[in-house]
Design a protein around this ligand. Structure first.
Ligand code: 5AD
Ligand code: FES
Length: 350
């Protein structure tokens, strides 16, 4: 048993790379339960039984990048491409606002059609119509100047998963024009500008080793993001990784717990990918330390087109149905969603 290492992580908020590797590699079922219990009790003491809601608007599946794992990579000629107009995006927000969403997450591929001027127009329009809502962007790697312009226009948060903190591994997941160095620079820039920033990685991505995951945890500790997004890798049939195996539920849950124990206040979603590999994945994620869910607000007509991986759940339900379904699921484990922005809190955990 590694309960002493888990206790050490709780107290010192970091382990060495060797300790993380040892813990991840050789943990027992009892360790997983011990970590989940500790993680949940930390989350309960900070957020009580409240789960934050984020409304995800997948506004373009065009992407200039060619990441080997992703279903909307530019080489996938079979992807059915779409873009939402400003009016369509605003109508997603309107629908979401009525349902109680106070954070809108604009996520898309890296699509040059959405110039900075257009993004700024979208951000300002949402900011003006919903001054009490948080605006989160998840649109990839941009220049510092662009990031500053989005922030000035009213965006509050930015999600940019680092994908892997190991250079050699990064190169196995991405074409040559993408680099871990640039990815990390973007994250540091976003934090410097004042965005609540989220990094993260896929669990069980091809070629990932336990040491890679240990380095991911060390990177998270170093960056101190306000949000961390992790979910299992799931193969997509029209990518070079079509035949790779998916990440596991068990690994994802254990890592969610370790991240909660290490970064106590962090905003940690139970992701759609997790719900995709297990029928009760989101509930299990919450019980392992997650405190955020991100239902989809995209129009039904485009839902199935935003497929980063195969089998994605919740592509056939209206946002209202999805929210009700989620609330019923959360209630069954003693949790409920709140109507609030759900910002990061710097309050000391004790
Ligand atoms: N399986 C799971 N997650 C994926 N992502 C992209 N492709 C996949 C896949 N096949 C994740 C990446 C990206 C986020 C938006 O979705 O981590 O940053
Ligand atoms: Fe979307 Fe259940 S949460 S259908």
């Amino acid at each position: 048993m590694f309960t002493s290492l888990i206790d050490k992580l709780e107290k010192e908020e970091i382990l060495t790379q060797e300790e993380f590797s040892e813990l991840i590699k050789n943990r027992t079922k009892e360790d997983e339960e011990y970590a989940a219990k500790k993680a949940r009790s930390i989350a309960d003491s900070i957020f009580a039984n409240k789960i934050y809601l984020r409304g995800l608007i997948e506004f373009t599946n065009y992407c200039k990048n060619d990441c080997f794992y992703c279903g909307i990579r530019c080489s996938n000629k079979q992807a059915d491409r779409y873009r939402l107009s400003l009016e369509e995006i605003m109508s997603c927000c309107e629908n979401g606002y009525k349902l109680g969403f106070r954070t809108f997450v604009l996520q898309g591929g890296e699509d040059p059609w959405f110039t900075d001027a257009l993004m700024i127009d979208i951000i300002k329009s949402i900011r003006a119509a919903y001054p009490d809502c948080a605006i989160t962007l998840s649109i990839g790697e941009k220049s510092e100047e662009s990031y500053r312009a989005y922030f000035a226009a009213g965006a509050d948060r930015y999600l940019l998963r680092h994908e892997t903190a190991t250079d050699a591994h990064y190169r196995k997941l991405h074409p040559e024009n993408l680099s871990l160095e640039n990815r990390k620079n973007c994250l540091h820039t976003l934090k410097k500008i004042g965005f609540q920033t989220g990094c993260g990685f896929m669990v069980g991505s091809p070629f990932q080793t336990t040491d890679d995951i240990a380095r991911d945890l060390l990177f998270i500790h170093e960056l101190k993001p306000q949000m961390v997004g992790i979910g299992p890798f799931i193969p997509h049939a029209q990518t070079p990784f079509a035949d790779k195996v998916a990440g596991t539920l068990q690994d994802t849950l254990f890592l969610l717990s370790l991240i909660r124990i290490m970064e106590k206040n962090v905003l940690l979603p139970a992701t759609t990918a997790l719900a995709t590999i297990d029928a009760n994945g989101r509930e299990k994620g919450i019980l392992s330390g997650a405190n955020v869910v991100m239902p989809n607000l995209s129009p039904l007509g485009v839902r199935k087109k935003y497929t980063l991986y195969d089998g994605k759940v919740c592509t056939g339900d209206e946002a209202a149905e999805c929210k009700m379904c989620l609330e019923r699921r959360l209630k069954s484990i003693g949790y409920e969603t709140v109507v609030s922005r759900g910002d990061y809190s710097y309050r000391d955990y004790s």
